[in-house]
Design a protein around this ligand. Sequence first.
Ligand code: OAD
Length: 282
Amino acid sequence: MSDDLTFARGILARAERVVVFTGAGVSAESGVPTFRGPGGLWKTFRPEQLATPEAFARDPRLVWEWYGWRRDLVAACPPNLAHVVLARWMLLRGGVTLVTQNVDDLHERGAEEAALGLLREGRLAAAAVNGDEDDLRAAARPIAARAAPIRLHGSLFHVHCTRCGEQREHHGAVDATSETTLPRCAACGGLLRPGVVWFGEALPEGALEAAFAAAAVAHVCLVVGTAGAVQPAAALVDEAAGAGARVIVVDPGKTAYDGMADVRLWGTAGEMVPALLAGSGS
Ligand code: OAD
């Protein structure tokens, strides 16, 4: 094992409170494209045409077509080892706050898989589980919620009503053949928009505060798969480091945090996260 990996494991083992900060790279091995770098979404698409309130006001059909495509793509991608091992580690260890910029819900799905696995192994207790698969899944859900991330940029599977402001989950295919077929609010008939944060918009109320509060008291900040290019989310790591946290960065490419990292692990999330967390109760 490399010295860096051993050192990082030691730091994590001694840390009472950890904040984990993830970006698109943690989902890359699931098949979800990142935003920047080779094959990144912003290489092919222009954010100002698709990911701003102005773009939606100008052409809601085009914007919905793109988000519908991303939603279908992500729904067909499974969580990878990094999502599952991270969630398993959080559930067994406690004291970890996960903050993500991702809108793909793969941390949530990874947590369900982790909770199911731990229930099957008898490593977590749950009431009224008799081995029946439906029972087991029902018991896993509230456990998985304990490893749910704070989502800084919303979710592809949430919508907001542009008229009454109603927010809710929304799954399934989106018919973007014309403006009249776009999803509508069940309450007021208003046009629904994707529940993601667009450029120029404020982050969800409470999420940023909760994330920064966790960063301010963390002993370690573990950063996985983010270039650190988008504010205010990216400043989470500066907040943690400024308050004294050790910083561990897992990424195969350069990031904005390379100069400040106490440990820099050059590798993919799928290989490095399991290696890092192995042996610490996961
Ligand atoms: P980026 O696309 O900017 O960065 C992805 C990072 O993942 C890069 O540092 C890559 O080197 C790294 N990476 C690639 N493959 C990886 C792998 N297998 N394992 C680990 N890391 C890998 O994505 P984000 O930093 O998430 O915002 O981007 C931040 C925000 O910019 C997004 O939330 C989105 C985007 O515009 C909004 O839409 C508001």
